[in-house]
Write a protein that binds this ligand. Sequence first.
Ligand code: ATP
Ligand code: MG
Length: 563
Amino acid sequence: MTASSYDTPSNFIQTIINEDFDSNKYGGRVHTRFPPEPNGYLHIGHAKSICLNFSIAAKNGGLCNLRFDDTNPVKEELEYVNSIKRDVKWLGFDWGERMFYASDYFDQLYEYAVCLIEKGKAYVCDLSAEEIREYRGTLTEPGRESPYRKRSVEESLDLFRRMKDGEYEEGTRVLRAKIDMASPNLNMRDPVIYRIMKVPHHRTGDRWNIYPMYDYAHPISDSIEGITHSICTLEFEDHRPLYDWTLEALDIFHPQQIEFARLNLTYTVMSKRKLRQLVEEGYVSGWDDPRMPTISGLRRRGYTPESIRSFCEEIGIAKANSTVDIAMLEHSIRTELNSSAPRVMAVLRPLKVIIDNYPQDHVEELPAENNPESPAMGARKLPFSREIYIEQEDFKENPPKKYFRLAPGGEVRLKHAYIIKCVRVVKDEQTGEIIRLHCTYDPETRSGSGSQRRVKGTLHWVSAPHAVPAEVRLYNNLFTKENPDEEDDFKSFINPHSCEVLTSCLVEPGLSKAVAGSRYQFLRQGYFCVDPVDTTPDTLIFNRIVPLRDTWAKVMKASKKQK
Ligand code: ATP
Ligand code: MG
């Protein structure tokens, strides 16, 4: 390829790749990896990294590996490995034959550590963790050298082997890189690269008594796999000198580490540690609770892989951290479902309406288009009868001005049906609660009949004898604060109204056949998805994905006007 034949760089990482093509740095190869630590479920931030790594490889004719960074046996579990594989696949990416584990390289990593000791670039240190911290110094003060730094190569080799063989207790010794205790970068002040941990590992069992540190294992794993561009988030910028030092000290293939800004979203938290707390302490029903920013939570809520990918594309790749408005994520699914989801009628808080002048036991089948944005989606037949339900909030006994819904003596159109007029309100004598309405209908006003009569309000409804009962779960932001991640006590900002469960909803009869995971627009309410976990043959449960009102589109419109 020549410089002029490349795509216009869509982000700064592509610019780097183009330069590498020009200089032939990696022989025209692009090979990336997505390296999750299997200590929790993936979240939308990981989706950004997955999309970036897999797409940039694909765009440049390269490959992307899936690698589990399983160097810390304490926090890792098979359940997480399986969920990660499922989520990456579901997002639409394929690692082919290239699924690896950092633990696959434990032997090699050990050999390389021995090699560093032999080269005089690593030593066994007997200081305690606390002493190491004290000796490290601070940003303003240089560190002090460990008394064990001058230990002979032979002694370090012997001690390291015995650490491996399990002769010493946890915390008594570590292996440290010998770099520079006066470096302004704290990561370079003789970092620990191996520690004793007598903990079984989910893949290597009790074979190892020592485990490598992430900062040591990561560059070597990248190198072994022939990764060219090792893309990570900004907090690793200060670790890059150590990444480079490790590869140079060992004189092995040297990938380029490139940092980008991590995704933060408003009204949620985005670290696995915090998400795990929400799960373990029962604030949510699990990792896949539809309020969670996890990929499994978003999937269960009703998000599609396409909407998440287009969101990740839209937010772009930057070098400075920022927080994205959660409304933008909601906008992405709304835009997709606007034209693809069938539009149906569901009454969430039913109020009975009897149409006095409609013949008893008569049922009409009214034609109803499935989605006016997509005529190809066709139409269905809706039963209409003398008794229907409308939404409680669509009736007001004492309506304010400009109330275009139903009121005593007032008229509305029933979507796909007739104009009705409210003639009587029946209340519970004790409580005063409205029990039902009596209306009359105008037979001349059937939708599609060419009737010229117009009224201001149009309501959704369901036919009482035909309606199907359902439960509807209305979700709101999980946190009441825009940036709960910034608070130590983030759990005190959990939104007590993040899930409202409505158990006496009624949906149109066609939905009795709705399959788990299918998505609908409930007219005037929002987008909903059949819950794939709790729905049973007897109980149909819908999750609200998003309400209809698009706050992000409004923000965009307003900002365009300002320009
Ligand atoms: P967390 O802090 O949520 O536990 P992590 O960085 O420890 O995240 P890893 O499993 O180590 O999680 O991450 C795997 C990959 O995903 C890394 O390359 C990491 O940089 C990237 N990643 C993690 N969180 C985000 C985010 N919010 N935005 C973009 N990329 C992310
Ligand atoms: Mg991590």
